[in-house]
Design a protein around this ligand. Structure first.
Ligand code: UDX
Length: 467
């Protein structure tokens, strides 16, 4: 028989909503709380609000049954055995994480607490937040016997959030309390004992009953640092390969070959070694900055993190210069832009390098036609269409009469465009690829002048740039 646990999830953003439907998928009963009534109403009526694989089907399966949506945190707290806090921790002053939402939730939980609860921080938070939540509870007069605070960081990526949640590399639980440890072990048991993967309609992924995910118990502070350190390390890997790509450009080498050669070393591994126009999204920029501030506050010199940020910022400027050298001057140029989201497979434009580059190009006086398979509605809110910026229905409409085509997001569909058709539509067949989606030889065979990141430009291009 399934061990059903009453869970409250506070926050219905990427992490909260995904956690809520996945806990239901694992057999638990979930109340998902958000103080935005419009979001609650939308979710109740089946609008998943974000572009995420498998989310619509799971929402349809569980909404208003095993996942209920409410704006009443007090009621959700009273019903639940475990309360997962998954509210935003945006970037505050000078990179510090703004924990005011976490604090507000902790205060409200404290006011409704009448029996023992396990409060779980799932949002990415700096080390010591756990202790801080404990202090808020105590300040509200809640007895220490009535709660434990656990750190259970989430490592899901946007676009693959559901399968990342249900097929995790590891599950980290930071606690020093035995009852809290036991409850978290029960919550995750369908994954850790492999039974979930035997279910008929389980979501596909790399885990199986023969290879279930490990559950790692740590101290609360270690768990908090694991999350920040993991994200910072992945960002470091990206900045490292971007720095190497600059070296490859200077030496006329090919960064894709270099990355392949490095990645085959099992100590390095091939993932997160894709060069490009820099990392973006709601996590890496914010978390690297927050981790840097944590180190500063603790008196630790972690200058490496500043360098990771510097390389990331420079990568966008280098790309802009590449476009400039391809076109000689930018003012008045008609440029096609493919991709606006911070990576392929999502409609999220937060900290998107593509959006920043569009802003830079507009500031240089370019006129832009842009297309993104999912992110245009969101992009229009921050970059309203006007005489210099138009949103187009597809990649070919973008290419029409363009003096250069820029690939800014690694959408799968951008990697197999009809090159012959594209070339015929453009005013000048110049492609500047910020995601290395094409083979330079194939591009030159198709008549393009092709620039990419960390790889030699085509012969024709070389002549142009050195002229
Ligand atoms: C990231 C972490 O991967 C995840 O564990 C954490 O929970 C949240 O932050 P996400 O922001 O969804 O997830 O995206 P991710 O796939 O990690 O990509 C982040 C950025 O890095 C994107 O802009 C992507 O284009 C860029 N990137 C990624 C590269 O430039 N090169 C790479 O090799 C990998």
């Amino acid at each position: 028989m399934k061990d059903t646990i009453q869970i409250a999830v506070v926050g219905s953003g990427y992490v909260g909503l995904v956690a809520a439907v996945c806990f239901a998928e694992m057999g638990h009963s979930v109340v998902c709380v958000d103080n935005d009534q419009r979001k609650v109403d939308a979710l109740r009526s089946g609008d998943s609000l974000i572009h995420e694989n498998h989310l619509p089907e799971l929402l349809e399966r569980y909404r208003n049954s095993k996942v209920r949506f409410t704006s009443d945190l007090g009621e959700a707290t009273r019903e639940a055995e475990a309360i997962f806090i998954a509210v935003g921790t945006p970037q505050g002053d000078s990179g510090k994480a703004d924990l005011s939402y976490v604090e507000a939730v902790a205060n409200e939980i404290a006011r409704s607490l009448t029996s023992y609860k396990v409060i779980v921080e799932k949002s990415t938070v700096p080390v010591y937040t756990n202790e801080w939540i404990r202090r808020v509870m105590e300040r509200n007069g809640v007895s220490q016997r009535l709660f434990d605070v656990v750190s259970n960081p989430e490592f899901l990526r946007e676009g693959t959030a559901i399968s990342d949640f249900l097929h995790p590399d590891r599950i980290v639980v930071g606690t020093d309390s035995e009852p809290a440890r036991a409850l978290l072990a029960r919550i995750y048991e369908p994954l850790t004992n492999g039974s979930y993967y035997e279910q008929d309609d389980s979501i596909d992924g790399f885990r199986s009953s023969a290879a279930p995910p490990p559950l790692l118990f740590t101290s609360t502070k270690s768990a908090e640092i694991i999350k920040h350190a993991s994200n910072a390390f992945l960002a470091l890997k990206i900045s490292f390969i971007n720095a190497v790509s600059n070296l490859c450009e200077a030496a006329d080498a090919d960064v894709e070959q270099v990355a392949r050669g490095m990645g085959l070393d099992s100590r390095i591994g091939p993932r997160f070694l894709r060069p490009g126009i820099g990392y973006g999204g709601s996590c890496f920029p914010k978390d690297v900055a927050a981790f840097r501030v944590v180190a500063e506050q603790l008196g630790v010199d972690f200058a490496l993190l500043t360098e990771v940020e510097n390389i990331n910022a420079d990568q966008k400027k280098r790309f802009l210069n590449k476009v400039r050298s391809a076109l000689w001057t930018l003012r008045g140029k008609k440029i096609g832009v493919l991709g606006l989201s911070f990576k392929g497979g999502t409609d999220d434009i937060r900290e998107s390098p593509a959006i920043e580059l569009v802003e830079m190009l507009l500031a240089e006086g370019c006129s832009i036609n842009a297309f993104d398979p999912a992110a245009m509605a969101r992009a229009e809110l921050v970059l309203p269409p006007g005489s210099n910026l138009r949103y187009m229905p597809d990649a070919y409409a973008v290419a029409h009469n363009a003096e250069a085509l820029l690939i800014l997001t690694d959408w799968e569909e951008f990697s197999h465009l009809d090159l012959h058709r594209l070339n015929g539509l453009m005013r000048y067949p110049i492609v500047v690829d910020g995601r290395n989606l094409y083979d330079p030889d194939v591009m030159s065979q198709n008549g393009f002048t092709y620039f990419s990141v960390g790889r030699p430009a085509t012969q024709h291009v070389h002549e142009l740039t050195t002229a």
